[in-house]
Design a protein around this ligand. Structure first.
Ligand code: HEC
Ligand code: HEC
Length: 331
């Protein structure tokens, strides 16, 4: 409902392509300041020691039950912050219930996970620790193992007076997560006034993204991540796909309310160009197909192929850099 209201209240925003290039301009050009998508900014005020510790823990295989799984096993920071599976392999030959979300920019989402069941990053980390398909362990076990490591035993108390505790491990990893913002994307440079940062195709794609109404659900600096919406507003996605699963119930699994059946947190599209396959079930391989399904199921429209390609080109301008490097797979 909220998103349909937003949809109706959206005024068509126009902008000029003739803004003068000013790549170093700190402020948005006046006519782009009120756009529904805003540039990403690095998270300020993070403690660098906690961040570094969190980064190490993120890659530490000892967090897994048999010292065999780390956060980085499914979230590749050197690539897209996720993996390329439809649904990642879990422990003991299992397959995870849903497609892996990227950890980049996830701190900006109002809830974590497809169904929003974790209110914040700290809660999200707790679920990985106990999940039988993931770390399948307990905090005391993890703490016991980390205490054996002389470097952790020295470093933790230097940063946290209480030393190695579940709270502090969560806090360090969450601090690292909060640093994972992808800045300086071509689209953000465009928003900041560099009119040559993206192609005419991408500009046209952005206009279409607004006029078709995608922006009613995918908006803000993370281009999504701040609303709960039903998948299949105009057309039953699950009837078309078949093989219903428990995970398909989405937010219903969290609240038990009938109106939350098939409701999902609108995903961020910041890195969509780099994170195929698509949707919570990972069932769609290409971005063009995902866009077309969205138009049909969320907007009740069939979008012509040329417009789909323009929207895809716009989406390709959204991924930015991490530590000065463009994101994505490096051959
Ligand atoms: C075995 C694979 C696997 C491992 C290991 C794993 N994740 Fe994930 N991660 C996933 C999947 C799958 C999802 C989506 C789950 C869902 O939405 O229910 C996810 C979702 C997330 C999200 C939510 C992003 C968003 O936009 O809501 C964050 C943050 C995250 N993982 C961080 C971590 C951290 C930190 C660790 C280590 C403590 C970790 N993950 C370990 C597979 C994994
Ligand atoms: C009514 C709200 C709504 C509208 C309008 C909407 N979307 Fe979505 N979008 C969603 C939701 C919810 C999902 C997650 C669906 C799922 O997998 O459970 C999603 C998923 C996506 C994905 C897949 C992201 C991923 O990482 O798997 C893409 C791409 C996407 N939308 C693009 C678009 C485009 C382009 C438009 C306009 C043509 C659009 N959306 C319109 C709500 C919306």
């Amino acid at each position: 409902m909220l998103c349909l209201l937003t949809l109706l209240s959206l005024s068509p925003v126009t902008f000029s392509d003739e803004v003068s290039p000013k790549s170093t301009a700190p402020l948005l050009q006046p006519d782009l300041r009120h756009e529904p998508i805003q540039p990403l900014r690095p998270t300020e005020g993070l403690n660098p020691h906690k961040l570094r510790l969190g980064e190490r823990l993120f890659h530490d295989l000892r967090l897994g039950r048999n010292n065999d799984m780390a956060c980085s096993s499914c979230h590749n920071i050197k690539d897209n912050g996720a993996d390329h599976h439809a649904r990642a392999p879990g422990r003991d030959g299992t397959i995870l219930d849903v497609n892996t979300l990227t950890v980049f920019n996830s701190s900006l989402n109002h809830r974590q996970f497809w169904d929003g069941r974790a209110r914040n990053l700290e809660e999200q980390i707790d679920t990985v620790v106990i999940n039988a398909k993931e770390f399948a362990t307990t905090w005391p076990t993890i703490i016991g193992k980390l205490e054996q490591d002389t470097d952790y035993a020295r470093t933790f108390p230097e940063i946290y007076p209480e030393g190695i505790t579940a709270d502090n491990i969560r806090n360090a990893i969450a601090t690292f997560m909060r640093s994972l913002i992808t800045i300086n994307s071509p689209f953000d440079r465009f928003l900041r006034g560099d009119s040559n940062a993206i192609s005419q195709e991408a500009k046209a794609g952005y206009r279409l993204f607004k006029t078709y109404g995608c922006v009613a659900c995918h908006q803000g600096s993370n281009v999504g991540g701040n609303l709960f919406v039903k998948l299949g507003v105009f057309k039953d996605y699950f009837a078309v796909r078949g093989n219903p699963t428990h995970a398909d119930l989405g937010r219903f699994n969290v609240t038990g309310k009938a109106r939350d059946r098939h409701v999902f947190r609108v995903p961020s599209l910041r890195l969509a160009a780099l994170t195929p396959p698509y949707f919570h079930d990972g069932s769609v391989t290409t971005l063009a197909e995902a866009v077309s399904i969205m138009a049909e199921h969320q907007l009740g429209r069939t979008i012509p192929g040329q417009d789909i390609l323009r929207i895809v080109t716009f989406l390709e301008s959204l991924p930015g850099e991490y530590r000065g490097q463009p994101l994505g797979h490096k051959p």
